[in-house]
Design a protein around this ligand. Structure first.
Ligand code: PLP
Length: 377
């Protein structure tokens, strides 16, 4: 097959080698989103949050692409994620573990140059012991709880920690950080409250750079930027701020294969539980993805997919490996075995699917799973 036939096959939107679906990740759009965010926070730097396999899109591909576009700070949630990334990135790339230091990981972190985010006095002491054991100073980031009650040094431990930081104990603090609970809601007064608390912490831990904003925080304005921002969802095309136009470019496209079509008379039950009953003669198609592929069961009888810009509603319950759609709006014979429908793309954004599923874009992205054929553009 020459290359022009190959291109035609893609455009014809039919499965070319037996995949049940294609998850297409546009790395150029990812890089443009990174540059957009970096420009927004300049002269502060933009890090990249690549936890949970870069929100499901592939941490190795995402991190190496962003490194090539100037990103030098990478946040993961867990130690194992850091260990996976470390050999893929040059030594000048910093990798931080947001969930902190877990007992047993100290030696590997020290050896591999993985930087733990210190979330408690106990973790500080553990890391100080590790520094003592290796006979050289070790880097750390200090995270403070400014109102989320999730991770970070609580207010009552701050004074004791400030004493330890002054005494040094072989730890070089790179910066201090905290996380906003309501950054996607520009009107929430919790944002200002957390910012004020962060500036009190800055006074208690003087001369240390500040890292504060996630995607939403970046769009709350300059006071939130600190010296390093930590966007995640916005890199991947998700909206940084709810109830406002999304300034980011979509990065993900998902097309799923049709595996069967049928015509049923009115009064026919569709899917598990017979939960959907057709009201008139209906043309149905079954597509090869279900809740095991990250299309939540809550899309049952609610969501839709698209073909030729036509909305094809999901009928009946979402199964583990398949979904049934109503294709009556399409011309007869439009679908052949292996035809593709658009689940995420120009007709249906991540926000649309998240809304129909009653969840957030983060959960849709991180659930997409590994049964689709992944294509990186
Ligand atoms: C996940 C996370 C981020 C990124 O948040 P987004 O809303 O995806 O930009 C930043 N900081 C911390 C501490 C996080 O847990």
């Amino acid at each position: 097959m020459d290359s022009s036939t190959q291109v035609k096959k893609q455009v014809g939107a039919t499965v070319t080698h037996g995949a049940s679906g294609y998850l297409t990740i546009d790395l150029a759009a990812l890089a443009r989103n990174y540059e957009r965010l970096a420009a927004e926070v300049a002269p502060a730097r933009a890090a990249a949050v690549v936890k949970a396999d870069a929100y499901g899109l592939g941490a190795d591909r995402v991190a190496t692409k962003l490194y090539a576009h100037g990103c030098r700070h990478f946040f993961v949630a867990q130690f194992k994620e850091a260990l996976h990334l470390r050999p893929l990135l040059a030594a000048d790339a910093m990798i931080y573990v947001l969930n902190g230091l877990q007992p047993g990981n100290e030696a590997t972190c020290a050896q591999e140059g993985i930087v733990p985010v210190i979330n408690s006095l106990e973790q500080w002491q553990q890391w100080a012991r590790a520094a003592h054991a290796v006979h050289h100073a070790l880097p750390a980031v200090l995270q403070f709880d400014t109102g989320m009650s999730r991770l970070g040094v609580p207010p009552e431990e701050r004074a004791a920690l400030a004493d330890l930081v002054r005494a040094e104990n072989g730890i070089g603090v790179l910066f201090i950080m905290s996380h906003l609970a309501c950054a996607d809601d520009a009107d929430s007064n919790q944002n200002g409250g957390q910012l004020a608390e962060m500036s009190r912490i800055g006074a208690e831990f003087p001369r240390l750079p500040v890292c504060f904003a996630n995607s939403g925080g970046i769009f709350l304005g300059k006071p939130y930027h600190g010296v390093i921002a930590r966007p995640g969802i916005a890199l991947y095309g998700g909206p940084p701020t709810a109830c406002r136009a999304n300034p980011m470019e979509p990065v993900v496209r998902l097309d799923v294969a049709v595996v069967q079509t049928r015509i049923v008379p009115g009064g026919t039950r569709v899917g598990y539980g017979g939960a959907h009953v057709t009201t008139s003669e209906t043309r149905l198609a079954t597509i090869a993805a279900g809740y095991a592929d990250g299309l939540p069961r809550s899309l049952s009888d609610r969501g839709a997919v698209y073909c030729d810009d036509i909305r094809l509603p999901i009928v009946g319950r979402v199964s583990m490996d398949s979904i049934t759609i109503d294709i009556s709006a399409l011309p007869e014979g439009r679908f052949k075995l292996g035809s593709l429908v658009e689940v995420l793309g120009p007709n249906q954004t991540l926000e649309d699917v998240a809304r129909d599923a009653g969840t957030i874009c983060y959960e849709i992205l991180t659930s997409l799973g590994h049964r689709y054929e992944r294509q990186y553009r």
